[in-house]
Design a protein around this ligand. Structure first.
Ligand SMILES: [Zn+2]
Length: 125
């Protein structure tokens, strides 16, 4: 099992199933500057009877990104827009900073295709 919702106990057997679930939405990122992989992504489980926050470590998703990882840390410097300090900020970051790759992972999570639930009434054909 990949993850169980702490509130409604719904479980996702794989990461793919979790990311493609239209009822799961990433809402935040809590940085851990000392150990970036131990940072936390916050997801909302959208069904109105649940609506709880599910947290998962960055390390559960970091292999989604296979691009460049910068060596330098720029946090607090003028190149750094400080996005990582804003929990609800999910924007990509222009700084060539080691922390940047986590925000690339966020973009991949945001863009991940969602499974469309079949609603026969809403499709004309
Ligand atoms: Zn739930």
């Amino acid at each position: 099992m990949f993850k169980k919702c702490p509130c409604c106990k719904h479980s996702w057997s794989t990461r793919e199933e979790f990311l493609s679930d239209p009822l799961v939405k990433i809402i935040g990122y809590q940085v851990n500057f000392a150990h970036l992989e131990a940072g936390v992504f916050l997801f909302n489980h959208l069904p109105s009877q649940c609506h709880t926050t599910i947290s998962l470590n960055v390390e559960c998703f970091s292999d989604l990104y296979d691009g460049e990882i910068f060596q330098e840390r720029l946090e607090g410097l003028k190149e750094c827009p400080g996005y990582c300090l804003q929990r609800a900020n999910l924007k990509d970051c222009p700084a060539k900073c080691e922390c940047n790759y986590v925000r690339k992972v966020i973009q991949l999570i945001l863009k991940h295709p969602k499974t469309h639930h079949h609603h026969p009434a809403s499709h004309p054909h």
